[in-house]
Design a binder for this molecule. Sequence first.
Ligand SMILES: [Ca+2]
Length: 294
Amino acid sequence: MESPQGHDKHRGPHRGHARDQGRDGPCDAGLGPARRATTSALLAALALSAGAATPAPATAPANPAGIDWQPINGFEIARTETTVAQFRRYAQDTGRRTAAEAQGGGEVYEAGWVQKKGWTWQTPFGRPAADDEPAVHIRFDEAQAFCRWAGGRLPTDLQWLEAAYTERRQPAPAGWVTGRRYTYPTGDSPQGAQCLDDCGAQAQRLAVAAQAGLTRGLGHAPVGRTRAGVNGLFDMGGNAWEWVDEPAGLAQPQAERRTRGGSWWYGASPMRADHLQSKPGTTAVVYIGFRCVR
Ligand SMILES: [Ca+2]
């Protein structure tokens, strides 16, 4: 499966080279047309042969968030959920405040949805978060704005599914099979994910909010600490649920948007590809975060 949206954004270091090919340099002055063409071709060939040793051109895509990108199949995806430290860089660079901050806090489901005063991406359970915790209490449009700033966008549903379930590393490390589609982002079993009750205790021991007074679950774990899954990605199953751009490209912020991968609030079932869940894009809650693609 290949995303049709993957190609238009594929921006590698060769982009600058291609644009520069054929540009006459000062060495061509005074040469005849045939000689000039030969010289240009030679210069282009030299530029290509030197490409491997040439530093990235100034047109290389910026990575202001410092995202660790994993190539998949015509696109790249962040290896972890977007972190508090990454979102802080964005907030400091743009001055943007989230709706949860402006409105006094995000929400959690107890006996219905309740607002939790002071719970924001900086203080997801009411206390300051570590830099490597996932950024949550963030609406769909806020996540999309972060990803645009970070040099990418939110994944489409197809991109997220491709990255989460089909192994694309070549060669794949031991224990993984290139081209195979797995049942869970963690592989054949959900073990090792940070989910509610059937992913094992390994990731639950990493949870940061066991004393936060939650009515359910233990909260998220810092990113990148659970067992790496398909494509070497962390927490595609469980931990923070993740916004995807589905329906793709829709501009209405309040529209229902899909979330993928389940979370610490639920068991393993929502980690599967056939589990469809969506929420209004204006939802800012404790167990929904995101990651970007480019
Ligand atoms: Ca996740």
